[in-house]
Design a binder for this molecule. Structure first.
Ligand code: FE
Length: 338
């Protein structure tokens, strides 16, 4: 009798230990792969005792993976960049609606939806070659369509989410006709066919192959903080413009994430998302990739970003960027913006 009760007690202890082990982990699928994010995760584990298993991959591949794993997916949270990709995860029904007082108070309403949240922001700016164009001619996104810039505009692919989200914002603010006129005008002004990423556009602008291009701010900041003399030399030729300052403000995009519907560790996952909105996490999150915190009034110190000066950001709700995504693609296709 004595023996069996001891056994039972031991079995219970083992079971609860197993359950404890299970609740103390979190499976994170992340398209962010910045070395500085290591500290972000380590701090969370130290504070909560929750171990984070990370699966990293390319944005679109991770989304496919979660979709294919279906109800059996071990993923608790999906983190990625660009409002369009986050919206796609929402449309596929992957995210679970989440009512969190912490997230609602910390993240401004235009940067969140019912089931996904932005944790950092980046702006899409105009970069120009100082000896090729006059900055006063390109104060707005739609100025990129001005015939004055014939043969001077460079771009990455029109179907890249960064360009789709920008065009989506133009549709939201100025309507489809304006967005299409801008797309057509840019195509007519191309110095070459769209190719490469944002950094390639910056370098081509610096080299004078292009007079003007679009780039996300963290790519500009990365060049400005480069340890390569060559990069710094190149940046001497490059000017940066905050577009649409006298109207809607400069277009911003986000990185963010949400709780997955099939999450096996919901409680830990919510804790982690709330942690991402803390001052400390916001600093890691933003500084690591030269972005801005989504939470207002978080002090960051990033000389490269500061050197670009203050600007007025477009506060269009992130949902709207998603809403006009398909329209944006149709418009860019029709305009021959490959
Ligand atoms: Fe990027």
């Amino acid at each position: 009798m004595k023996l069996s009760s001891t056994l039972i007690a031991a079995a219970i202890a083992m079971l609860s230990q197993g359950a404890l082990a299970e609740t103390n982990v979190l499976n994170l699928y992340s398209a962010r792969h910045y070395q500085t994010d290591e500290a972000l995760y380590a701090t969370f584990s130290q504070q909560t005792g929750i171990k984070i298993n990370r699966i990293e991959g390319k944005e679109d591949e991770l989304l496919e993976r979660i979709k294919n794993e279906g109800a059996n997916s071990p993923a608790d949270i999906f983190l990625t960049v660009d409002a369009a990709r986050l919206a796609k995860a929402h449309e596929l029904g992957l995210f679970a609606p989440l009512a969190s007082k912490t997230l609602e108070t910390r993240i401004p309403s235009y940067l969140r939806t019912e089931d996904w949240f932005s944790f950092s922001t980046r702006a899409r700016v105009i970069v120009y070659n100082k000896s090729a164009v006059k900055p006063e001619d390109i104060q707005n996104y739609t100025d990129l369509a001005d015939p004055k810039l014939k043969g001077k505009v460079c771009s990455r692919s029109g179907s890249h989410p960064y360009n789709l989200s920008l065009i989506a914002s133009i549709i939201a603010h100025q309507g489809e006709a304006q967005a299409e006129a801008m797309a057509r005008g840019m195509v007519a002004n191309f110095a070459r066919d769209p190719k490469g990423g944002d950094t390639d556009q910056i370098k081509s602008v610096a080299a004078g192959e292009c007079g003007v291009a679009l780039a996300n701010t963290y790519y500009v900041a990365r060049m400005l903080r480069s340890t390569k003399i060559n990069d710094l030399k190149m940046m001497e030729n490059v000017g940066v413009i905050w577009p649409n300052q006298s109207s809607t403000g400069t277009h911003i995009n986000v990185s963010g994430g949400g709780l997955l519907k099939t999450a096996p560790h919901k409680e830990a996952a919510v804790k982690f998302l709330e942690y991402l909105a803390s001052d400390q996490a916001q600093r890691y999150f933003a500084d690591g990739n030269n972005e801005w915190p989504a939470v207002e009034n978080v002090k960051v110190s990033n000389p490269a970003l500061e050197s670009l000066g203050k600007f007025k950001a477009d506060k269009l709700p992130v949902n709207n960027l998603a809403m006009y995504q398909a329209k944006a693609q149709i418009i860019l296709d029709r305009a021959g913006f490959k």
